[in-house]
Design a protein around this ligand. Structure first.
Ligand code: MEV
Length: 309
């Protein structure tokens, strides 16, 4: 029996990096998906080849950790460029973990979120469950927001994250991809080193947490101008943490005159930025003129789905 699953990419509206240290953050699933087809086979293969752990570290990790059955033929296909800051590895983890669960008893979303996070953490070395939870749940999620009913809770060592669904008002977001691929692990490690050695970095991380809480209120009130201001302020704080770069700053600056706010999204160092805008075509054009690849995002996307069995 073959199982086909898919899971969405994500963008982080507020709070990336700080969320690794247990601060609040907000993410939205987006209309770019990762698809996975899994079928019993006579040999273990990914896209017709043996699993090369260097090329397929997440797949190798997930098979080793989560699969006790026979060999599988796995086909994967992604609309999310890897290293683009849009959650490609999280969507892979959610769709493959989901497929393996569907093959062996059934898909449980909370368990899928835990397994997907374990795989991201295992490969990246350091992570929060925000990307994998967005890929599993879809829609909008808030992490560590007090007073919300959690969908699931995940902890590691001294850190814990409570993940809840949030209502997302009607709004237009434009993503600009720099074309520069930046793996998440080294950027998260860079911020961790800075935080260890510098009290100022710890203050910046606290400030990101505070503005994310304000952003959650703005989102709830539908106050998009305030949300935009907070996004731009968040970008400045992320720059201070050293995770922006010339390409990202250029796209953010280009989008700002046509936007309520703009910031890098995800790990940074390249990858993508996001603008909250009432003039999406102009924002897209401005991003394109600066060498970025823009697209207007659709939110409210479903999480991991078993599409066909
Ligand atoms: C990456 O999309 C978000 C980071 O906060 C890392 C993580 O939370 O795992 C940079």
């Amino acid at each position: 029996m073959a199982i086909t699953t898919s899971a969405p990419g994500k963008l982080i509206l507020l709070g990336e990096h700080a969320v690794v240290f247990g601060k609040p953050a907000i993410a939205l699933a987006i209309n770019r998906r990762f698809r996975c087809r899994v079928e019993p086979s006579e040999a273990m293969r990914v896209n017709g080849r043996e699993i090369d752990p260097a090329k397929h570290p997440y797949t190798r990790f997930i098979i080793d950790e989560q699969w006790e059955g026979g060999p599988l033929d796995i086909s994967m296909d992604s609309e999310i460029p890897s290293g683009s800051g849009l959650g490609s590895s999280a969507a892979l983890c959610a769709s493959l973990s989901g497929a393996l669960m569907a093959m062996s008893g059934g898909l449980d979303l909370a368990e899928c979120a835990r397994r997907s996070f374990s795989a991201e953490l295992g490969v990246q070395g350091s992570a929060s469950p925000i990307d994998t939870s967005a890929a599993v749940s879809g829609g909008g999620i808030a992490v560590n927001l007090e007073g919300q009913d959690p969908l699931w809770e995940i902890s590691r060592g001294e850190r814990s994250w409570s993940i809840g669904a949030i209502e997302v008002p009607e709004m237009t977001l434009v993503v600009g991809y720099t074309g520069v691929n930046a793996p998440t692990g080294p950027l998260v490690a860079k911020v961790a080193r800075y935080r260890e050695s510098n009290i100022f970095a710890r203050d910046v991380i606290d400030e990101i947490g505070d503005l994310t809480l304000e952003g959650a209120k703005a989102l709830e009130a539908g106050d998009l101008p305030r949300l935009g201001e907070l996004m731009t302020a968040n970008h400045k704080l992320l720059s201070i943490l050293g995770v922006s770069c010339r390409e990202l700053d250029r796209l953010v600056q280009a989008a700002l005159p046509h936007s309520l706010g703009a910031k890098l999204t995800g790990a940074g160092g390249g990858g993508s930025m996001v603008a909250l805008t009432e003039s999406p075509q102009q924002a897209c054009e401005a991003i394109r003129r600066q060498g970025g690849v823009p697209f207007i995002v659709r939110t409210g996307e479903p999480g991991v789905t078993v599409d066909e069995a």
